[in-house]
Design a protein around this ligand. Structure first.
Ligand SMILES: *Cc1c(COP(=O)(O)O)cnc(C)c1O
Length: 411
């Protein structure tokens, strides 16, 4: 089972899809539906802006498109560096690269998110932006990153793809920086099948983002002026995806209440002991609780427990750990067959994309094990645990199996 929203769909999703078909039947010959104010996309934008407490929201066809659109709207491109954590999703790096900018990898810490001290060390005169990635549903250290961004005049582009509905000190994730990207693919907290959202507080950024995602159009020009016409693409969300996503967004609070209750029950039953600790959270209350991560003191112990449970440590998260991304070689090598339109400029500080470049990231991921709490995703290393349908005896059984495996290894 993918994400907790996917597992929880019901009549509202079906009803909204039927509404799209009914609307099509009733408006034969009218082709303005994708931009109409009562379209599912426009309604989802208003509802998501309200739920996620941001003045502007744009629907796009994926989380990757949301990132790409954010870079275009914020004018990030060739010659610019963007600092990205070494534990993320490959889309974080490819979106930077396809905008023409240079991704600069930075270490994570025991929170599994960007280490602010390492971000500081990677800033060069070419740095334009920092990309906090709220991995596995929980926030980065946004106070520290906001301070660094302000002091060095950098943009903060949050990747909240895995953390829809999560908060940091009461503020919804994705709405804290200059832009926030969400994914609505089936592995995320809530889903539209596929799709993405882009939040921004700035009207000009929203106008340019809209323009970029829809071939330079801007339907609000009459009210707010035309703004900049960008050479755009078609990155629009479809009406069916938006219809499903609207129903999912309406159940976001229920989905989070369920994952949070599940996680409380599971971690309480597991208990604490020496040799292993729960992942450090910068705001435990705001955690989406889609997984429960345990960080062992010792790498061998983590690996043994993982294999005893039929799972893997987070070091083996394909497409999420920079060290497991052979395609990164293409970034720096113009002769590589999958090099994008041109090689990106090498980072000013001479960092590389090679495995081993981030030893602390490798270390903490090699000691981390994620238990599923409503999100099952092999690529995130989450194979063992509980899901939204688990009953108290299932939760007790999963906790007992984890405890027994852990204690057999740790002694
Ligand atoms: C899923 C994900 C994305 C990309 O979202 P898509 O909708 O699959 O394009 C980007 N960043 C992170 C951290 C993700 O987990």
């Amino acid at each position: 089972m993918p994400g907790p929203g996917y597992a929880s769909f019901g009549d509202e999703e079906r009803r909204n899809i039927a509404e799209v078909l009914d609307a099509w039947q009733n408006t034969v010959g009218v082709h303005s539906q994708p931009v109409a104010q009562d379209s599912q996309c426009r309604r989802l934008e208003r509802e998501a802006a309200s739920r996620l407490a941001s003045p502007h929201c744009l629907t796009v066809n994926s989380g990757t498109s949301a990132l790409l659109t954010a870079f275009a709207a914020l004018g990030i491109g060739p010659g610019d560096e963007v600092i990205v954590p070494g534990y993320m999703y490959v889309a974080c790096l490819s979106a930077v690269a396809y905008s023409g900018a240079t991704p600069v990898l930075a270490e994570i810490d025991e929170s599994l998110t960007l280490d602010p001290a390492d971000v500081l060390a990677r800033i060069t005169p070419r740095t334009r932006a920092i990309m906090p990635v709220h991995m596995l549903g929980a926030s980065c250290d946004m106070d520290a990153l906001t301070r660094i961004a302000r002091e060095h005049d950098l943009l903060l582009i949050e990747d909240a793809a895995q953390a829809c509905g999560g908060t940091y000190r009461g503020r919804p994730l994705g709405g804290i920086g200059e832009a926030g990207a969400f994914s609505l693919n089936v592995f995320k907290v809530v889903t539209g099948g596929d799709g993405g959202l882009l939040l921004t507080r700035d009207a000009g950024t929203f106008q340019r983002a809209y323009s970029f995602h829809h071939h330079g159009w801007f339907p609000y020009a009459r009210e707010t002026g035309p703004g900049d016409v960008l050479l755009g693409l078609n990155l629009r969300m479809g009406e069916f995806g938006a219809a499903v996503a609207r129903a999912q967004l309406a159940r976001l609070d229920d989905v989070l209440a369920r994952t949070r209750a599940l996680k409380r029950e599971l971690t309480a039953a597991i208990g604490t002991r020496d040799g292993v600790a729960e992942r450090v959270l910068h705001d435990a209350e705001g955690d989406c609780a889609t997984v429960a991560v345990y960080v062992f003191d010792d790498r061998e112990a983590a690996e043994e427990v993982a294999s005893g449970l039929g799972s893997k440590t987070l070091l083996h998260s394909p497409k999420h750990h920079y060290g497991g991304l052979p395609e990164l070689r293409a970034l720096a090598d113009p002769d590589h067959p999958s090099c994008p339109f041109r090689p990106v400029e090498p980072p000013a500080r001479g960092h590389t994309y090679r495995p081993g470049a981030l030893p602390r990231t490798d270390d903490v991921l090699s000691r981390s094990l994620a238990l599923t709490v409503g999100l099952t995703d092999t690529y995130l290393g989450a194979d063992f645990g509980v899901d939204v349908f688990s009953r108290p005896h299932d939760i007790a059984a999963a906790a007992e199996k984890f405890r027994a495996t852990r204690d057999a290894v740790l002694g």
